[in-house]
Design a protein around this ligand. Structure first.
Ligand SMILES: *Cc1c(COP(=O)(O)O)cnc(C)c1O
Length: 423
């Protein structure tokens, strides 16, 4: 990795040699007011649109216009089994087996549905462990689940924090916390990649720690899905949820993803909220003839309603791209691209820019969170003037996510050049 150079020509040459470079053309890149392509670094917030998505949505509109209800079976991609398109692509994305992933609802909704099944507090075992800072929606969801069960969140919520003066969670602190509350924890629910500091937790190790104390383990993979390789099945995660509008490029408010481990799904004692799309499809349309719910034996059992086809079409085009490239190749480029960003920031001095994302590439995805010590707001404005789209968290953190599918080494160079140039 030491061949990096702070030089626009070097970055351009690197782009020429990049085996994934052609995928950038598959995306619509927004432009500045004067017509230049922006340097887009907010794929961790809203991923860019694959050009194929427009035609995919229009296809469904055309089939609806031309076929009406017959589209359920006669559309180009029949609507009745539409969600089955993701059985393989969705599973490969997160290292699941076929049947462990279903695309449905949105993240927070799925988190609640998962907690209905996997958070079953008893008098002794009722606590939920999350990280602090956690994404606000996760905190709200978890606190409201505690309250729903009549538990005071100040008692039932256990949070893991970085040590004073540190920016990362230490896995040994997580393990110690789980051990300390080992008899009272019902659920461990953590973000796979933290939205603020960009830290990728050692997910497999935490599964072991959670199971060792008899708790269920679920992950929020909003910042991990499509960003880092995952092996949810092998790791023995009970459930996971993620959204599709960040790294998965499926559009604003896109339908989210949900993983339920086969072993967990098979547990007959598991409770869940039911709807007709979670029923065994062979008896789903017997409707009033069989009023009893017959759950699908997989993650699909958690589906409630029939899927929103117009909202599912973008996931189809997006996951096809991920499936074609594969997470291994994406990760390879991602490591090099984010490594380049880290190198360039280092060139400009730690007293000005402190990367609060872990330095070990195994402990992060593509995002770097940069603590700007010197005039953060002015520097952020300089980025905007240079056509850079990044994200500012008060009071002084700039989050930058070079996405391997469409960002270039030159994008990264342009970012570093602009952020350093306000002097
Ligand atoms: C983006 C994000 C969410 C968003 O939740 P929605 O229900 O999709 O609006 C939730 N949690 C985390 C950790 C996120 O990063």
């Amino acid at each position: 990795m030491s061949d990096y150079r702070n030089d626009a020509a070097w970055a351009r040459a690197e782009d020429q040699d990049d085996p994934l470079a052609r995928y950038r053309d598959a995306f619509s890149i927004p432009r500045t007011d004067d017509g230049r392509e922006v340097h887009y670094f907010t794929g961790n917030s809203l991923g860019l649109m694959p050009k194929a998505t427009r035609a995919a949505v229009e296809r469904e509109l055309d089939d609806w216009a031309g076929l009406g209800v017959d589209g359920h079976f006669r559309a180009k991609h029949p609507w009745y089994p539409y969600h089955e398109a993701f059985l393989d692509t969705g599973a490969r994305l997160v290292g699941a087996e076929r049947g462990e992933v279903v695309m449905m609802n949105t993240l927070t909704v799925n988190l609640h549905l998962m907690m209905v099944s996997f958070y079953r507090p008893t008098r002794e075992r009722y606590k939920i462990v999350i990280e602090d800072p956690a994404f606000p929606s996760d905190t709200y969801a978890v606190r409201s689940q505690l309250e729903f069960h009549g538990i005071d969140p100040d008692d039932g919520l256990v949070t893991i924090q970085p040590r004073d003066g540190e920016h990362h969670f230490r896995v040994e602190d997580i393990e110690a916390l789980l051990h300390e509350h080992r008899d009272s924890i019902a659920l461990v629910m953590l973000g796979g990649v933290n939205f603020l500091n960009g830290q990728l937790l050692p997910l497999e190790r935490i599964v072991h720690a959670a199971k060792a104390c008899g708790a269920k383990i679920g992950y929020d993979l909003a910042h991990a899905a499509g960003n880092v390789p995952l092996r949810l099945h092998d790791w023995g995660v009970d459930f996971a949820v993620w959204c599709s509008y960040k790294y998965l490029n499926s559009g604003p408010g896109a339908v989210g993803g949900c993983f339920v481990h086969h072993d967990a799904a098979k547990d007959p004692s598991l409770k869940r909220f039911a709807g007709w799309w979670g029923n065994d499809p062979t008896t789903r349309f017997k409707m009033h003839l069989i009023p009893r719910f017959e759950p699908h034996g997989t993650a699909e059992a958690w589906q409630l309603s029939n899927p929103p086809i117009l909202a599912m079409a973008p996931i189809r085009t997006s996951l096809e791209i991920f499936d074609e490239v594969g997470m291994a190749r994406l990760r390879e480029k991602s490591l090099r691209l984010t490594g380049y960003l880290e190198f360039l920031l280092g060139e400009h001095g730690r007293d000005r820019f402190e990367v609060i994302t872990p330095a070990d590439p195994a402990e992060r995805g593509c995002q770097l969170s940069v603590l700007v010590h010197d005039r953060p707001r002015e520097r952020f404005q300089a980025l905007e003037r240079a056509g850079v789209v990044a994200d500012f968290r008060e009071p002084n953190v700039i989050r930058v996510a070079p996405v391997p599918l469409y960002n270039t080494f030159h994008d990264v160079w342009a970012f570093a050049d602009a952020i350093a140039r306000t002097d």
